[in-house]
Write a protein that binds this ligand. Structure first.
Ligand code: G3I
Length: 315
């Protein structure tokens, strides 16, 4: 059949996948390069990956993924500059003043964004800033710098690469709820203040049969604020073992997520968080769950693959 990336392009959308650099060979590389129009490094661009000791950088995996994407005419989504997790221990164990932390964050953002200037379509600048009730998450950034760390991070990223689309990314913000409404209010206020915010990322780590009914409405309300929306980390986990009935439900769920994006002009596209069940974080974190991606562990497309293709107009 027609590759997903071509189906998506014909509708003005981009279909992407998270990837692991060390696996980009053989069948994994063929699928990543052939089926997807965008790559997101699953871990390679996180602060703990790129600066394991202070002032000592390791860009190998991130560079590898960007080069692979360029060779395959793909976009790259940078992920992620400011997060509470996967930071280097030298940073999290340090005894910093707020002014020092602000300086370290500015240096980090400027260094990393400058390295890939002009080559990334988008950056997840700030990742997971909210609690479920819509209050700000207590993090090294919020606790020391206050809520304005978000505006500052966006401003520093924009200065380093004015052409990258700058996103705030979070989970459990796919439907209309307290958390997504807090994100909505933040984006609205950033836009009102003239802070460079271009998009909202809905991670979409979903559970089988539980695609929020308000997904499309929620995408539309962000679009109406004048920002792009992307589904950035889609996976749909099920309790193992997978059965035909569960895989059929998963096909319907993938189709409804991709259809919701396809229906909204400002939805840029959908990225799956790993395209194969052998490269998924789910079994490591959710005991007894798995089979969350569109390809099985042997790289055979699952019914979910057909659900994505259908939503992108495959006949
Ligand atoms: O690299 C080490 C390896 O040397 C070691 O042998 C191995 C043993 O456990 O661990 C490896 O590191 C793991 C890393 O993934 C690379 O595989 C970490 O333990 C593991 O915690 C890490 O998990 C990543 C997770 O973020 C961390 O929070 C997942 O791969 C990654 O898919 C996941 O992605 C996040 C997004 O960034 C943000 N949204 C949620 C999403 C899922 O948690």
């Amino acid at each position: 059949g027609t590759p997903l990336r071509d189906l998506a392009a014909a509708r003005g959308k981009v279909i992407g996948t998270a990837v692991t650099g060390s696996r980009l060979t053989g069948a994994y590389a063929d699928i990543a390069g052939g089926q997807f129009g965008s790559l997101t490094p699953g871990n390679a661009m996180k602060w703990g990956s790129v600066e394991p000791s202070r002032g000592t950088y390791d860009w190998a995996e991130a560079d590898q993924i960007v080069a692979f994407a360029q060779a395959h005419d793909q976009q790259v989504r940078g992920h992620t500059l400011v997060w509470h997790s996967q930071n280097p221990t030298w940073l999290t164990n340090g005894n910093w003043t707020p002014a020092q932390l602000s300086g370290l964050l500015q240096d980090h953002i400027t260094t990393e964004v400058t390295r890939y200037k002009g080559r990334l379509a988008a950056w997840d600048v700030v990742n997971e800033p909210f609690n479920e009730d819509g209050t700000y998450r207590s993090t090294i950034w919020y606790d020391n710098l206050g809520p304005d760390y978000i505006a500052q991070a966006l401003t520093w990223a924009h200065a380093a690469d004015p052409s990258a689309r700058l996103y705030i990314n979070d989970y459990n913000v796919e439907g209309v709820n307290a958390k997504s409404t807090a994100l909505y209010n933040l984006v609205k206020s950033l836009k009102d203040r003239g802070v460079p915010i271009d998009g909202v990322g809905l991670q979409a780590h979903l559970i089988l049969g539980q695609v929020p009914s308000t997904l499309q409405q929620n995408i539309q309300r962000f679009a109406d604020l004048g920002v792009d929306v992307a589904v950035t980390e889609l996976d749909i986990r099920m309790q193992l073992p997978a059965t035909d009935a569960k895989l059929a439900q998963q096909r319907a769920d993938y189709r409804s997520v991709v259809s919701a994006c396809a229906a909204v002009t400002r939805c840029a596209g959908v990225t799956v968080w790993g395209f194969t069940d052998s490269d998924s974080w789910i079994p490591d974190v959710f005991d007894g769950y798995g089979a969350a991606t569109p390809y099985d562990e042997n790289y055979a497309p699952k019914p979910a693959y057909d659900g994505i293709a259908e939503a992108l107009g495959a006949s």
